[in-house]
Write a protein that binds this ligand. Sequence first.
Ligand code: NAI
Length: 303
Amino acid sequence: MASEIRLDNRVAIVTGAGAGLGRSHALLMAARGAKVVVNDLGGRVDGTGASRAAADAVVAEIKAAGGEALPNYDTVATPEGAQSILKTALDGYGTVDIVVNNAGIVLYKRLLEHTPEDLANNLAVHLGGSYYLSMAAFPIMKAKRYGRFVFTSSSGGMRGSADGVAYGAAKAGVVGLANVIALAGAAYGVYSNVILPNAYTRMTEHAVEDRNREKLSAGFISPLVLYLCSEQCNLNHEMFAVGGGTVARTILALAPGWRAGSRAEFTAEAIHGHLDEIMDMTNYSNPRTSEEETRLVVGRRRK
Ligand code: NAI
């Protein structure tokens, strides 16, 4: 049996930790020795409202179990909110080692019922929230050459979910952000990975049947987050689908594709004619950077 994975002397910020997955991550991380900033705005699932009760309750739970935690009630959705969350960690614990970007909202609307404001709110919480806090914490981690980021995206963004247009757009953006942080941090021991969770929380309660609730417990997500936040984990720039007891790497695969011999050959008709080659995923690659993809796609020289 591997030795216990612990976060002793590590300072962790978990956003949206007053409920659902964030609460579960915070409890587990505190139980493994981390000092945890429990951030939560304490609003409703659609992002409206605010209350200190959610963060306070989780801090009380952590302390009752003998752990260390501080509450923070600011929104992640503004640069000022993110600075204040970071300040809670710095004033209370002197540093930050781990950021779990988890806070999220969702709107259950039909596709065409979405308003520009809905898009703005989703972008502000999911993408803005992850961006502001990560950009604020990054220099601290870079300077001490250690850090762990976990970003929470969704299959609703990476693969799409009918109607969830603002949510999906924002969640896909989170992956782009996480990829850049991963590249920027790699040389400094600052690692960034993405989870695509599947769990029963208030956010998904309408969609999960009673008989599946136990199977989709948040307890089937948080051990992955703990691992990704640990010193033992040297993974960077990865993405994992997780839920119901399964954890699986997922990638953005690039097929070898078809290459025209000349510009004259590169016609719509030729593309139609080579569709089998274009679509064939045999011998796919997983380019790690934009430059690597460009090299693979346009850099191949014909003999
Ligand atoms: P939840 O609604 O139980 O928890 C989200 C928490 O984020 C709440 O406590 C809420 O108050 C907090 N929050 C919302 N806006 C905030 C803001 N502006 N500032 C600070 N805190 C804020 O939902 P759940 O399921 O625990 O979601 C956690 C994350 O996982 C979200 O990012 C969600 O989009 C994502 N996710 C969840 C899935 C699931 O199956 N439950 C599937 C895919 C992604």
